[in-house]
Ligand binder design. Structure first.
Ligand code: GCU
Length: 692
């Protein structure tokens, strides 16, 4: 079918196009004659608006929307209490387990009609449930006998915006910040509503508005008033705002001589500041803070430790129900020469010393959002402290918004990883959702990839990662494939040929990116600063661990960072049997080989190839996959609208060129360490550089 209507991607996965299956359309039309949304709140209005927009489009006919009693086949949306007032009680009551945001979607006979009930305890739960119901239609599910109960596995599901107050975004690749600070609070960009709507549709319930590399002004009264205006927009969609404060704010904003967390005047300043915030934003979520990391101020500046700093801020937030997300992205290499070990060494001794509302926020891996990392050892090492998992949706090290790389598989690999903290089955997911140690709070944070670009994320495929983050945050048991399937159907087409082809592209894209950038456990080979193209030779940084040669350690003897017990012993930070597995060349998983081992070029891998041959094979395989994606995309030209088609086509071509460059630069560089008779590259070919 020729698809000619141009689209610009603004609608994301909320396009609401009629599906391809006539039987389904007939079924939906039969089941949905009327829509009744009970309630008068702003959230109820949003639900009404969404259904009135979606259903006529999805059903290709008018749908009556009312607040009256249902007659005939109707969708009824209302809280359990509101339904009861209408005389509708649920046949089987599962509501006690729903919590505040969980929802039920139920087919039920009532009077002379069949109803589809969307219900829960709060209006926000109805909104999330409504979006779920619409997802069923968007993905062409059978809706005749619905019995769905769904509640979030993780309580706080937050997008972290590394947005600066001047409108720039650190590691943002889709234009400027969505927040127009200069015009707030008076001008409310309609786009804020669309942002909130997209987040609510996948269950995201928090937005940290400003960069973790914070500017102190974000806590000034002027900016708090602006943040409050945003909070007012986001609230009916179920989102709370969070801020990233600067630890030294008592000095810079308050004029105090110190920001030592043990000083009562400092604590009192924060207490007053937090009170001010809650006066303006009564449901303020809390702080997310980067302290004593990459030059940010923190408690260690005054000889205090992370717990002292965190507890002081947490004490100010606690009476208001606020959360303190204290980031563990610290790597003081005077603590350990292996950067991968530093955070564990600083934080594990503090376990048990944090206040109840402190959450230690840990990146998925111990270095920094590389194409692939083993899970961060802290994720298996803190028993008494709730841990938030921090993922990076924006593809800082994975081709940014120019490469098509679907991250669902990466995040599943992390969430499903077994830490063995309490014997087998102690997955990262159970650590993060709080079930492993029965924590009452749980959090997950994704560094956002959104910006002012019309299509939100730069690349038309990048919203797949925003979507996957939200869906996994709600339910980490979903598979990367299921999520990709949903997103493709809602974003592109329900045509099974398109779905299958795009799914293969999405699912293969992350493994391919690893292969053309950093296969077999290599890491941190990106160009300095912007982290875009390859530069394995880089060795000019002021700190050793900012150099790429520090990470790969290529030499005539081999390549890889020896983190075994014979090397830095980072393996000791993992529980048995992982530590023994990672420790030995013979048992270390090949995907993490050069992360944990320094391996001779002639070592044979499971494929029968030597390490050097395997590296060549991997780099080439990665490039070939990108070439295949181009072929697949071209075969779908008539199924995709011309505007989005062409945009993606051009980016895929660039991705292919970049992948080739990665292969050339890396193989040329590593080849220099290999004697020519063993197949090494000719020495000293200058590495070509690509910069953005
Ligand atoms: C990375 C990134 C920085 C960011 C930092 C962080 O190092 O390159 O831009 O500030 O992570 O997570 O704090």
């Amino acid at each position: 079918m020729m698809n000619t209507r141009d689209e610009d991607g603004y609608e994301l996965w909320l396009r609401y196009r009629v599906g391809h299956e006539p039987d389904r359309l007939a079924q939906y039309r039969a089941a949905i004659n009327q829509v009744i949304v009970l309630g008068t709140s702003a959230t109820a209005d949003i639900i009404r608006g969404e259904l009135s927009r979606a259903l006529p489009a999805l059903l290709d006919r008018e749908v009556r929307c009312s607040t009256h009693k249902p007659d005939g086949q109707a969708v009824v949306v209302g809280t359990l209490m509101a339904l009861a007032a209408l005389g509708i009680t649920l046949a089987q009551d599962q509501s006690s387990r729903l919590g505040e945001e969980g929802f039920l979607i139920r087919s039920q006979r009532a009077g002379h009609g069949n109803l589809i009930l969307i219900t829960g305890h709060s209006e926000v739960s109805l909104l999330i449930g409504t979006f779920h119901f619409l997802r069923l239609l968007q993905t062409q599910q059978d809706i005749r006998l619905l019995d769905i109960a769904s509640s979030p596995r993780i309580r706080h599901r937050i997008l972290s915006h590394w947005d600066n107050l001047d409108g720039s975004i650190e590691r943002g690749y889709a234009g400027r910040s969505l927040w127009n600070w200069d015009e707030l609070p008076h001008t409310i960009d309609p786009r804020y509503y669309d942002y909130a709507r997209a987040c609510a549709s996948i269950g995201i319930n928090g937005a940290a508005l400003n960069n973790v590399n914070a500017q102190v002004e974000s806590l000034s009264t002027d900016y708090l008033i602006k943040a409050a205006a945003l909070a007012d927009v986001l609230r009916p969609y179920g989102l709370r705002v969070y801020l990233s404060p600067l630890f030294s704010a008592p000095m810079q904003l308050g004029g105090l001589p110190t920001s030592d967390p043990r000083d009562p005047a400092v604590a009192a300043w924060w207490q007053k500041k937090v009170e001010e915030i809650y006066r303006l934003i009564p449901d303020f979520g809390g702080f997310q803070i980067k302290a004593n990391s990459e030059g940010q101020p923190g408690p260690r500046d005054d000889g205090a430790n992370h717990a002292d700093g965190a507890n002081m801020l947490a004490a100010a937030l606690e009476p208001h129900g606020g959360l303190l997300l204290w980031r563990a992205f610290v790597y003081d290499t005077t603590i350990d020469a292996d950067r991968a070990k530093c955070a564990y060494q600083e934080f594990v001794p503090l376990d048990g010393k944090f206040r109840r509302n402190v959450v230690v926020q840990v990146k998925n891996g111990p270095i920094d959002f590389q194409p692939r990392e083993p899970f961060h050892p802290l994720l298996g090492a803190m028993e008494q402290t709730p841990l938030a998992l921090e993922l990076q949706i924006t593809q800082e090290y994975l081709g940014q918004s120019l490469h098509l790389v679907y991250l669902g598989g990466m995040w599943k690999e992390i969430l499903d990883a077994d830490t063995y903290a309490q014997g087998s089955g102690s997955t990262v997911a159970r650590m993060v959702d709080g079930s492993l140690y029965q924590h009452s709070t749980s959090s997950i944070v994704g560094v956002a990839n959104t910006g002012s670009d019309r299509n939100w994320c730069g690349h038309h495929f990048a919203p797949a990662n925003w979507y996957a983050f939200g869906r996994l945050a709600w339910d980490h048991t979903l598979s990367a494939e299921t999520i990709a399937d949903e997103w493709i159907r809602a974003t592109w087409s329900n045509d099974s040929r398109v779905v299958d082809q795009l799914k293969a592209m999405l699912l293969g894209s992350w493994p391919a990116c690893i292969d053309y950038m950093t296969p077999l456990g290599l890491h941190h080979l990106m160009q300095e600063g912007h982290h875009y193209g390859p530069d394995p030779a880089f060795n000019a940084a002021p700190r050793q661990d900012w150099n790429n040669v520090y990470y790969h350690r290529a030499a005539a003897t081999g390549v890889g960072f020896d983190r075994s017990s014979r090397g830095s012993n980072a393996v000791s930070q993992y529980h048995s049997p992982l530590r023994e597995q990672f420790d030995q060349l013979a048992t270390c998983p090949e995907k993490f080989l050069l992360w944990f081992q320094h391996v001779s070029w002639t070592h044979r891998l499971s494929s029968g190839r030597t390490l050097w041959e395997e590296l060549q094979q991997r780099y080439t395989g990665g490039v070939e996959f990108v070439a295949e994606m181009i072929g697949v995309w071209q075969s779908l030209e008539t199924d995709i609208d011309p505007q989005r088609y062409e945009h993606v086509r051009q980016r895929l071509m660039q991705q292919r060129d970049n992948a080739r460059l990665w292969r050339e630069v890396c193989l040329n560089y590593f080849g220099r360490f290999i004697p020519r008779e063993k197949g090494g590259a000719a020495p000293d070919q200058p590495a070509s550089h690509h910069s953005r």
